[in-house]
Design a protein around this ligand. Sequence first.
Ligand code: NAD
Length: 368
Amino acid sequence: IKLAVPKETAPGERRVALDPSVVAKLTKMGIEVLVQKGAGESAHFPDAAYADARLVDDAAAEADVLVKVAPPSVDEVNRMKDGATLVGFFHAHKNPELVKAMQAKKITSFAMELIPRISRAQSMDALSSQAAVGGYKAAIMGADLSCRFFPMLTTAAGTIRPAKVLVIGAGVAGLQAIATARRLGAIVEAYDVRSATKEQVESLGAKFLDLGVKAEGEGGYARELTEDEKKQQQEALAKFISQTDVLITTAAIPGRPSPKLIPASMVAGMKPGAVIVDLAAEGGGNCELTQPGETIAHGNVIIHGPLNIPSQVALHASEMYAKNLLNFLSPHIKEGEFTPDWEDEIIAKSCLTHAGEIKHEATRSLVE
Ligand code: NAD
């Protein structure tokens, strides 16, 4: 088959679906890889680095399998061959037109965000690989925006106390933010509504705040809090937040807007020069005042709401994403052909559209 990598078209997207090393691995499996000219440029993989691929002007037109990072445009889908395969992120609930276009073209689409989070699928889990990039960078952004040092410094001009970082939401991104802030020398505290995170937080050398509110949901995720629980959480958090130099928030609930954990009144109680890095900005933010995509000053506090952080670490984020794609595709590549095994839970659950049907139930009820 011909497997093609287009240049990403979403505004600000710097990543590329495959880096040259994964292209080489796929070619060894008997696949012809086509790379659109300039596709890797923004992730610092020049055309010349893709020595094992054929460089083309339009990746969509010839592809049997097209691999992408950000959701394609309807136009890109329409340029594909009928019945071709498309793999990437789709965010189907936000892109019903795209789902309809894929259905009409009988595209077989596999959504990276729908890959089940089972042990066997860990090496394919792009939500996790990209969230880790986000968490790492959030700590760096916090250090950069802060008017304070992260580490303790003993100098001739006196001793500087280390910064206090508080991480709310200790999932994949939060744990990476904790690890990075610790490496930079900050004193780190963290909080999550899932009690399983206590041990993970402590193993990274941070202190777990037990605020008495627990909300384990299904499949290892959190559930939404009740109004009473929200109130209890905010009252317990206020004291810690007023002592924090850098607050990193990552709280999310699958399929729901980001929970609003930090009201304006709590921001007003923060130290002068404190920083909030709101990693939940993509879903509206954990702080009531966050403006997604903006950095604002509210009184004496800086509130940063970055969008698509992995794109800012484009080279490594692309390498990790490419490995996820390789691990997803390779079990189903035999003698240069891609023949998905529909009995495989990972294939069945990640499939969005196939042969003119919407396979993913939640998307079907939304689109049809
Ligand atoms: P996520 O991005 O959905 O949420 C981030 C964190 O926010 C979660 O830890 C959640 O508990 C927390 N949160 C939600 N509401 C909150 C609130 N009101 N206050 C404080 N914290 C709140 O989560 P994620 O990083 O995608 O990971 C979630 C789970 O999935 C974890 O249990 C993780 O171990 C698991 N996981 C499993 C696999 C696998 O086995 N393949 C891979 C990745 C993640």
